[in-house]
Design a protein around this ligand. Structure first.
Ligand code: SAM
Length: 291
């Protein structure tokens, strides 16, 4: 017997996951709620209007995005207190996962109002399932900083982690981001690029980090669309010592030529100069690209 429909209840905030590409990936529970709720708070009302139209749903929509989240959340709290039901959705995937909504959910919880998550797609989980990551542990980071220096600093801080690392990235930054992953984490770790998941041009490829920029640049289309990047953990390939050596080398390379940086880094870390020089050269083309 099919489970009964679950329409929205008064005074309840629903946090509703929506498809990340394939509109058929909506859940029955999400449709129940979106059909019956008093108000839908959407990151971009035009995007959500498209989803609702595909299912013949007419709903009262209001915009809630990173620029108005605080003021709109206060208003929505008033609606919830008045007994109206509200569904929070983002453009794609699970709200609050690299998406707005945390303020509203926090307010509702503090006020003791019911908050119901309606689970569904998320790009990170979809990428992990498509990539076939066998490791039992992974760290979700989301978006790295847009600026190179800050991005590399963040990556240096996680270089020694043994767990797979999961990032989101925008198409216009994917090449520079992948270049930095190779420089800071080393060229040998496996990267899985999961692009346009659940969409027509979905592509999931795994390759060593050191080959990823060339792969992306081999065809213009490969840099298009939305990306999840999964990088294998440090494992045995990069001990904390190696991560520290890479960090020192990388810092020296910002001021010195490769041979000099390798010599000084060898003196500081006790590692072989040739090995450090090879690491420096592996990242050289990426640094030139950035300059
Ligand atoms: N809340 C969403 C979720 O649950 O996955 C993520 C929102 S975040 C603003 C958007 C990012 O998610 C994109 O830049 C991309 O990195 C990733 N993403 C979303 N849809 C994707 C897809 N179909 N394929 C690959 N990555 C996707």
């Amino acid at each position: 017997m099919q489970p009964a429909e679950q329409p929205a209840q008064p005074g309840t905030l629903y946090v509703v996951a929506t498809p990340i590409g394939n509109l058929r990936d909506i859940t029955l529970h999400a449709l129940d709620v979106l059909r019956s709720v008093d108000l839908v708070a959407a990151e971009d009302t035009r995007v959500t209007q498209g989803l609702l139209a595909a299912y013949g749903i007419q709903a009262r929509l209001t915009a809630l995005h990173e620029h108005n989240e605080r003021t709109v959340s206060d208003k929505l709290l008033g609606e919830l207190r008045a007994g109206r039901s509200v569904a929070l959705v983002s453009d794609a995937g699970t709200p609050l996962v690299s998406d707005p909504g945390a303020h509203l959910v926090g307010l509702a919880r503090q006020a003791g109002l019911p908050v119901v998550a309606v689970p569904g797609p998320s790009a990170a989980a979809t990428a992990l399932s498509a990539a076939g990551v066998a490791a039992p542990h992974w760290l979700f980071y989301g978006f790295l900083p847009a600026k190179a220096r800050a991005r590399r600093q963040v990556l240096e801080g996680m270089a020694a982690q043994p767990w797979h690392l999961v990032f989101y990235e925008a198409p216009h930054r994917v090449v520079e981001c992948v270049a930095d992953l190779a420089v800071v984490l080393g060229p040998h770790r496996e990267l899985t690029l999961a692009r346009e998941l659940t969409k027509r041009f979905e592509q999931v490829v795994s390759l060593p980090l050191g080959e990823a920029v060339a792969w992306l640049e081999a065809h213009g289309d490969r840099c298009r669309g939305e990306f999840v990047l999964i990088v294998a953990g440090a494992g045995e390939a990069a001990t904390p010592d190696e991560a520290e050596a890479r960090r020192i080398l990388h810092a020296l390379l910002t001021e010195l030529p490769a041979s000099q940086a390798a010599r000084i880094a060898a003196g500081l870390t006790g590692r072989k100069r040739g090995e450090l020089y090879d690491w420096a050269m592996a990242g050289k083309s990426d640094r030139q690209r950035e300059a």
